[in-house]
Design a binder for this molecule. Sequence first.
Ligand code: TYD
Length: 240
Amino acid sequence: MKKGALIFEGNEKQVFATDHPDKVIFRYKDVTVAYNNVKRARFIGKGALNNQISAILLDYLNRNGVETHFISLLSDQEQLCRKIEIIPLQVVVHNRIAGSLAYRLGVPEGFRHANTIVDLRYNNDDLDDPIINRDHAVALGLATYQELDGMYDCARRVNSLLKPFFHQAGIELVDMKIEFGRASDTGALIISDEISPDTCRLWDEATGERMDKDRFRLDLSRVVESYSNVLKRLKQVTEQ
Ligand code: TYD
């Protein structure tokens, strides 16, 4: 696969064209941003860790009947992915209350609830990724009601697959953000962004220690060490 021109550059990722019209190369950078780009740092090795962690999780979903954009790992920081048309929505699944949801609902972080909570956010930096509902998404022309039904169902299915997968690694999947796109070849709605410690909250089941981007957000140190621990444990699960 020949690497072509840079077609997108985000804070934490680059996307390159290839000589195949429906395939792109994702490159995971060592940059980390939080609070809508207010906080930024570089962690050597983070890109390679997220590339590998995301590959394990997306491959696991592909093999369990959930279509994602992931095709194969190419190098330390790069993976081959299906090209998609971006849908600027984030579907956020919460298994336990943490982060801004704790403030929003007025409950302490770590609050346990029996149901699964699904939030919808409009992926728009200028507006600070506001929480919206399905009617807003349809009004803005971002997706149809049918597509939104598909996204919610898929997000719940991803959660029901990844929660036990992380559990086998001794990690609690507290919440995660999922993004979808329309595949350029088939038009199918598929998962189209990374799933990693940058986009999930992951707590060590034994100690409660945070193993995700909150280490950076909250200045808890040992960011790369924690991501590396997540990868080591997921590898142990997949190699069983
Ligand atoms: P959410 O409750 O939506 O916001 P906050 O991070 O303010 O608590 O976050 C839930 C999960 O989604 C969390 O693991 C971080 C992730 N997330 C992203 O990866 N990108 C984003 O732009 C947002 C808003 C959240």
